[in-house]
Every structure is written in structure tokens, then in C-alpha cells.
Design a protein around this ligand. Structure first.
Ligand code: ADP
Ligand code: ASP
Ligand code: MG
Length: 401
């Protein structure tokens, strides 16, 4: 069998952690499997590197920032290869570019376009474990890129697809995918199986356990993915599957704690609204929820929308510079918001999910400011400080105590 084993930052935080992960890898190889490993940066290394860049510049050059951030994974790959060799397991470390990870040019959030796994294949053929740095690649101009926070999961899936691995196992600090973040909800239930569609929605809505592009890619390339604990490796964890075996309207509660809401008052709801969203798109702002109240004969309309918390300043800048052109009356920005969502493939043919969710919030004294729905999800926007309570209340309403 061929397997990709990916270890996240918390599974590699110290030398002792690396030893434990390496023992798992060596054991897998000793059982006769060919093993490629993908590693993240140790512990909080990526955050620390970002902080280092900030000490030099408030807006570091994106190319140089990627050069810096890629160092974290390179440390891990060398340490993991050394530890494997120390255990008598032949291993070769490979950076993203040595492993043939080719990306688009968008620094900080590049997409993996292709993996040419020649050197990984050669290492496996020689009986070695190939240890690949996650989160990094090379673009067309030969520059180092990174693929977005949490992106090592995506490197693992892309590599698994490229080498035709039988399984891509994501080892992390929890036992698998739960019905909510187990650090927020004590009684969260582990899923033994979850569909790619549900997992994709959960990941995109804030469940950090898997990078959403990893799930998307796994679904597209039909890569078998399992999420397991580095600390309880005998536990079978969660397997992603094409169909959800469980027909329950709600399978999970997810939370994105970095949301900003912006409300633009007195905006004509025709071409002006269209122009506003064009200007925002041109500035690279990703809009999520949009709510538009059309104007009346006496007053013009109101448009509210949400963006990722990091984009709040960009939106304010666009609005300020276009005030004369758009002719709106004013705007209110609310940073510090969170989006809490319920997800479940079974909700598309049931009813009452929104009612249960809103009742749970109301009983806890939380009044969501905005509500949106999709085919297999319902989301509400609440102040960030209320988000953990909102998650617990909603989870209790759907999964009991
Ligand atoms: P790694 O460093 O291994 O990549 P991450 O921190 O990216 O780990 O992801 C694991 C974390 O995801 C867990 O510690 C947990 O707090 C969080 N998490 C959020 N939602 C969920 C969920 N539904 N199931 C499991 N973990 C979740
Ligand atoms: N080290 C990177 C991050 O912290 C990538 C990853 O962990 O997957 O985001
Ligand atoms: Mg992660």
C-alpha cells in the first residue's frame, strides 16, 4: 500500500512530538507500506514568522513574506528526516519545489496547479520515506509561494493524488472530525464518516480541522482521506466518504470568528450597488453574506455585507475613496463579528432547521443580526464574544446534552 501521512504543527511542536510522529511513520513503513510524509511548521512557528516580518514592516512585500514563511516547514522536514534516520528508517527531506509542487502566482494564497512527483517517486522506489514540506510551492517565475493558512492539508492531498496513494491520513491534535470544535463544545460527537460535501461546507465555514481546498481537491481527485489523532493513533478517526451514511439534518456546527459586517446607507440600489461591488472585487475583497433592502420613494436603499475580518480596512478604504462617485449617505463598519453555521446534507429535504437554530439562540438571549441559507447550511452572524455560547446552544439543540 502507498500512504501519505500528514502531521500538523501541534503534532510536531517539540523534539518529543517529532519523535512520536516519526515512530508512527517508521511503524507504517515497517509494515511494508510505501510512505510519503507531509509536515507543517512546528507549533506556532508560522505565527512567529509573521510577527518577525511585522517587526520590520507593517506591510511586508508579499514575495519576501512567502520566502520567510516557507522556512517553517523546511525546518520541520529536515528534523523529521533526521529523526526517522535516527530510528533506522531511511528518509529524504524535500522542499515543496523539490517535490514538484507547482502553484499559481498569488503570494500568500497560491493554488496548487500541478505536482510533478519525480523525486518523491524516486525516494519511494529506493525504499525511503519522502518527507515533503507542506504549505509551499514554486510559481511559473520560479518564486516561492505559500498556499494559505492551514494549507499543508492541501499539499498532502495533492501529493496523494499525484502519486496515486491509497490513503491520505491527516494526523492532528484531535481524534477526528466532530459535530463541533471539541475545544468549544465538551459534548461534541466524533463522526466516523462524513461526506466530502459536508466536510467542505464545514471547513469553508470555519472548522479548522481540514483546509477547505484539501477537501475540494480530495473530492475532485477521489482521494481517500482520513483524519486521525497523532496522540491516539489506534483510534480510527474520521473517514471522508462520497455519500453521508447518516441521514441527519444537521451534522455539524462550525464557527468563523473573523468576520466584519459593513452597512452602507442611502445607496441607490441600481448601478451604484453594482459599482460598489465591482470596486470591492477589484481590490481583492471577498464578499460573503449580502443583504439589500431596496429604497422607497422617500429614501434610498441600504446594503449590508460581510467580509473576512482581515479585509475590513480594505473595504473602508474603498468606501471612503468612492463616496463622491457612489453618492451614498454613510457607512457603518462592525468588526469583531462571527459567523456560526449549521451544516448537513439531510437538511435539503427537511424543514425546521432554521426554526430550531433561532429558538436555541433566542433562549440564550442571542439575537442574530443576519441570517443566510445555502443548500446544506444555515448561517447567522453574531458578535464575536457571543459566538462560543451560540455554538454550544445550537449544538445542544441538535445533538442534545
Ligand atoms: P493541525 O495543526 O494538525 O493542522 P489545526 O489546528 O489546523 O491542526 O486543526 C485542528 C483543530 O481544529 C482542533 O484542535 C480543533 O480545535 C479544531 N476544530 C474546529 N472544528 C472542528 C471539528 N468540527 N472537529 C474537529 N476539530 C475541529
Ligand atoms: N504552517 C502553516 C500555517 O500555520 C500551514 C499549516 O499548518 O498547514 O498555516
Ligand atoms: Mg491545520
Amino acid at each position: 500500500m502507498r500512504i501519505v501521512m500528514k502531521f500538523g504543527g501541534s503534532s510536531l511542536a517539540t523534539a518529543a512530538h517529532i519523535r512520536r510522529a516519526a515512530q508512527l511513520v517508521a511503524g507504517q513503513r515497517a509494515s511494508g507500506d510505501q510512505v510519503a510524509v507531509v509536515v507543517s511548521a512546528q507549533g506556532d512557528t508560522t505565527d512567529e514568522l509573521i510577527e518577525k516580518a511585522r517587526e520590520i514592516s507593517s506591510e511586508p512585500d508579499s514575495r519576501e513574506k512567502d520566502v520567510l514563511l516557507a522556512c517553517g516547514e523546511q525546518m520541520s522536514m529536515a528534523l523529521m528526516a533526521m529523526q526517522l534516520q535516527e530510528l533506522g528508517c531511511p528518509a529524504l527531506s524535500l522542499s515543496g519545489w523539490q517535490a514538484g509542487v507547482h502553484t499559481g502566482p498569488h503570494h500568500g494564497d497560491a493554488r496548487i496547479l500541478k505536482v510533478d512527483p519525480k523525486r518523491v517517486e524516486a525516494a519511494l522506489a529506493e525504499g525511503k520515506v519522502a518527507v515533503v514540506a507542506g504549505f509551499q510551492g514554486l510559481d511559473d517565475s520560479g518564486d516561492i509561494t505559500t498556499i494559505g493558512r492551514g494549507g499543508s492539508d492541501t499539499t498532502a492531498v495533492a501529493l496523494a493524488a499525484a502519486i496515486g496513494a491509497d490513503t491520505c491520513r491527516i494526523y492532528t491534535d484531535v481524534k477526528g472530525v466532530y459535530s463541533a470544535d471539541p475545544r468549544v463544545v465538551d459534548r461534541a460527537q466524533i463522526h466516523r464518516e462524513i461526506s466530502y460535501d459536508e466536510m467542505l461546507e464545514m471547513a469553508a465555514l470555519g472548522a479548522q480541522v481540514l483546509h477547505s481546498r484539501a477537501v475540494e481537491l480530495a473530492r475532485e481527485k477521489r482521494v481517500k482521506v482520513e483524519v486521525r489523532s497523532t496522540f491516539f493513533p489506534e483510534d480510527l478517526g474520521t473517514a471522508l466518504s462520497l455519500e453521508s451514511g447518516v441521514r441527519r439534518p444537521v451534522r455539524g456546527v462550525a464557527c468563523d470568528e473573523s468576520v466584519a459586517m459593513v452597512t452602507v446607507l442611502g445607496l441607490d440600489t441600481g448601478p451604484e450597488t453594482c459599482r460598489l461591488f465591482t470596486l470591492l472585487a477589484d481590490s481583492g475583497v471577498n464578499i460573503d453574506v449580502i443583504i439589500r433592502s431596496p429604497g422607497t420613494a422617500k429614501s434610498r436603499g441600504v446594503v449590508s455585507f460581510s467580509v473576512g475580518g482581515d479585509d475590513g480596512d480594505k473595504v473602508s478604504a474603498v468606501l471612503k475613496s468612492s463616496r463622491r462617485e457612489l453618492g451614498y449617505a454613510g457607512f457603518v463598519a462592525q468588526p469583531g463579528m462571527a459567523k456560526v453555521s449549521v451544516v448537513g446534507a439531510g437538511m435539503s429535504d427537511g424543514c425546521g432547521v432554521a426554526a430550531t437554530m433561532l429558538r436555541a439562540l433566542q433562549e440564550g438571549g442571542i439575537e442574530p443580526q443576519y441570517i443566510t441559507t445555502g443548500e446544506i447550511r444555515i448561517s447567522v452572524i453574531v458578535p464575536r464574544e457571543q459566538a462560543p455560547l451560540a455554538v454550544r446552544l445550537i449544538h445542544k439543540a441538535f445533538f442534545g446534552d
